[in-house]
Design a protein around this ligand. Sequence first.
Ligand code: ZN
Ligand code: FE
Length: 256
Amino acid sequence: MTTLEIEQIPVLKDNFIYLARDSGSGAVAVIDPAEAAPVLERAKALGWRITHILNTHHHPDHTGGNLEIKAATGCKIIGSSYDPERIPGIDIQVKDDDTVEVGQSKAKVFFVPGHTRGHIAYWFADANTLFIGDTIFSIGCGRLFEGTAQQMWDNMVRLRALPPETKIYCAHEYTESNLRFAVTIDPANTALRKREAEVKALRTAGKYSVPFLMGDERAANPFMRADAAELAAAVNMTGRTPVDVFAEIRKRKDTF
Ligand code: ZN
Ligand code: FE
């Protein structure tokens, strides 16, 4: 059985770029390269040969390194078929439920619009690994720049049904600020309080709060809990739909 080895590269203010190496074939994917130089340096240091770029969405802090990495390595760029004109250097367009192969490792593509109209995610089921871009953050979700609350809530419902042992690799270290907001609307949630303490310890020790587990996240993340009675009550929307509650939580976070 092949395995997926993952390297986490912090860049810019709070972005993460990932390298994922399929052990069986030696194929290496770069996920959301904001920049090229730190990626090429890390790959060289590891002796890894980059074969693919996987983009979740078009924003420059996810695609800024595309062309330079492609020029340096000859890798193939995989991105959203819902947004090809905005993905620099795209070679292969993928849509919901497609399978992406990085050597022997396979990822299923999820179309998760909301943050942008073309956002996708990559789920390596055998490796319990989800590259989610800016759709889920720990204790948060992406801002709705180009989509609706309905779309983003649908994403939350679909994604939280993945196995609890799924490791979520998001593209930003936003957890502490997300926690500061979340505890104001879900203060009695023990899973949230546990995550708060855990993240405080990690960050104090100079460690990242990413990746994190789906099982923990769906119990603690208010954006995944918009159908819980406590959340509706917290925003004075008892009896309203989960989408309405989700939209209200998202709106409050935007101005927190
Ligand atoms: Zn983005
Ligand atoms: Fe981003």
